[in-house]
Write a protein that binds this ligand. Sequence first.
Ligand code: NAD
Length: 259
Amino acid sequence: MDLGLKGKNALVCGASKGLGRGCAEALAEEGVNLVILARRAVELEQTAEQIRERFAVKVTTVVCDITTEEGRTAALSACPQPDILINNAGGPPAGDFRDFTDEDWYRALGANMLTPIALMRATIDGMITRGFGRIVNITSAAVKAPIGVLGLSNGARAGLTGFVAGLARQVAPYGVTINNLLPGLFATDRLATVTRAQAEAANLSTEEVTARQLQGIPCGRFGQIEEFGAACAFLCSVHAGYVTGQNFLMDGGSYPGVL
Ligand code: NAD
């Protein structure tokens, strides 16, 4: 299927590896020119070079922390008028809510709620004027099924989700859609880090923790970034113009509810 995206421009946040990279690659495969950003220059440049070689699209890199004002200014200077915006940044740390300080909360809200809102605010009017825009926010399965130790993530991402539900309807008449992708467990460096931390806390081996994680996934495996990217690219496609304000769970069947 031709997704109708050839020659469009995308700003993809947190794209040197993991889910953001999966999205960047899937868009590049469709002929989308990219501005990708991440905090570490070497990894980001390697990713950019590999995408250029594989897909022959233009890839510009911005080394920045997107959760800062300076980072967002740098990203938006490199890509002031994206047709496609993929919002993504690292998730907040786990812990007991009694230990979270106001500072921890402000950081989580800044990274996982206010940063995507700021990037939408800066880019959405251009999308409206051009009559086409696609925004995909990478959130978490924890939005649908909150995870106790991830209180900061549950709270901040729920705030973003509520905001998006309202905004999506406001911009829908102008050809602009906003959707959220909710990953369950995907095989990325972040999952490996979380698994190591859980193993240490429970005095188990990482293999034991991995086996337990897999028991909860009807598909019997972790998700792959290519699968995530393909879903993202479809939501950005011309075929998904009638899909907006939605939360798509990609969790291998883990969530047991009907709706
Ligand atoms: P990852 O660590 O594999 O990759 C994260 C990418 O984002 C990297 O390129 C990193 O450099 C970049 N990044 C992180 N913080 C940044 C910042 N402040 N500014 C700029 N770039 C930044 O992580 P991932 O597994 O791809 O996770 C992406 C998001 O999805 C996170 O918010 C994570 O909490 C969420 N998530 C992941 C999973 C999973 O199973 N992998 C599950 C649920 C939610």
